[in-house]
Design a protein around this ligand. Structure first.
Ligand code: 13P
Length: 340
């Protein structure tokens, strides 16, 4: 088995998924604001150490996505974070895009930047211990958007990024995120997600990316968060699977969903509903940011005396999502959480 395929398969190992802890400086500030904690470099470091050093999380977590600042930081005992993760058998990864910026001549749409100089940055990240990378494109749903122009421009950039990762020996996680803000129906979400994935896999094919060494990180197909009649977990599973069966080649080892603003328990229930309908051509797993961290962040509140409670909260969510990997999750299991 070649190296990239081996790493991709390890990231979607049975019962395991990915922790996205790659919030940019702006995003982590927003998260810290919600618990009234100042976003200083030391607070960010302490919070990430809390997560990464949680004992036993490695039973459910295969990899962690880091941010540029975080991959250069260390635990209190001076162990660099990538080394700390490796020592637990967790694979370190890195966010390499430079964010979604306004797309010229496309009112209200974005293109993700960061291709210039990417070859050199990937080499540096690999030397710092990263074995996989992530690039996120975003698409907004309205009655007329996303445009074909935004869909194809972002697909082209995602494929250029993926090809450079392959060259550098890093597994590219390809992340096209159709945002679920709005009042749209689940049918509209299905149509847009289908168009986006169709373009992404066309570009990956044209740019000769070996799909066996990649992972897809997509949105689930949901009703808009403000829709009046929102689809059930079973409907979400059916629409999402129908979409992915049509558009994601079986050569892709795994689909690792983002949570995208769903509640943590919804994100778990949706993944569980899909895996209940398995087996599927690819592993169906998670690469959650908010849905793995929200209860831990709240329990921590920036206080050293709360670290243990925060770790219990993170461990519990990781365990619930691990159960959802095999369709064995049930809401009653939430009661097993050790109170914070
Ligand atoms: P969420 O699960 O909070 O959407 O974050 C995942 C992620 O990495 C977004 O790029």
């Amino acid at each position: 088995m070649d190296k990239l395929h081996e790493t991709a398969v390890a990231l979607v190992a049975e019962g395991k998924g990915i922790l996205a802890a790659d919030e940019s400086e702006g995003t982590i500030k927003k998260r810290f604001d919600s618990i009234s904690v100042e976003s200083t470099e030391e607070n960010r470091r302490a919070y990430r150490e809390l997560l990464f050093a949680t004992e036993g999380a490695e039973d459910y977590i295969s990899g962690v996505i880091l941010f540029d600042e975080t991959i250069r930081q260390s635990a209190q005992d001076r162990t660099p974070f990538p080394k700390l993760l490796e020592s637990k058998g967790i694979i370190p990864g890195i966010k390499v895009d430079k964010g979604a910026k306004p797309l010229a001549n496309a009112q209200g749409e974005t293109v993700t930047e960061g291709l210039d100089g990417l070859r050199g940055r990937l080499e540096e990240y690999r030397d710092l211990g990263a074995r996989f990378a992530k690039w996120r494109a975003t698409y907004t749903i309205t009655d007329d958007l996303p445009s074909d122009y935004a869909i194809w421009t972002n697909a082209h950039a995602l494929a250029r990024y993926a090809a450079l990762c392959e060259e550098a020996g890093l597994v590219p996680i390809v992340e096209p995120e159709v945002l679920m803000d709005g009042t749209h129906s689940i049918e509209r979400s299905f149509i847009v997600t289908s168009r986006v994935l169709g373009a992404v896999y066309t570009e990956l094919f044209d740019q000769k990316v070996r799909l066996e060494g990649t992972l897809l990180k997509p949105n689930m197909v949901l009703s808009g968060y403000d829709a009046s009649d929102r689809a059930s977990a079973e409907e979400v599973a059916e629409w999402t699977l129908k979409c992915f069966r049509r558009h994601v080649p079986a050569a892709v080892p795994g689909i690792v969903f983002l949570s995208g603003g769903q509640s943590d328990e919804d994100a778990t229930a949706h993944l569980n509903a899909m895996n209940k309908l398995g087996p599927h051509p690819w592993q169906l797993s998670f690469s959650y940011g908010r849905a793995l961290q929200a209860p831990a962040l709240k329990a921590w509140g920036g206080k050293a005396e709360n670290v243990d409670a925060a770790r219990r909260a993170y461990y519990h969510r990781a365990k619930m999502n691990s159960a959802a990997r095999t369709g064995m999750y049930a809401p009653e299991m939430e009661k097993d959480a050790v109170p914070a």
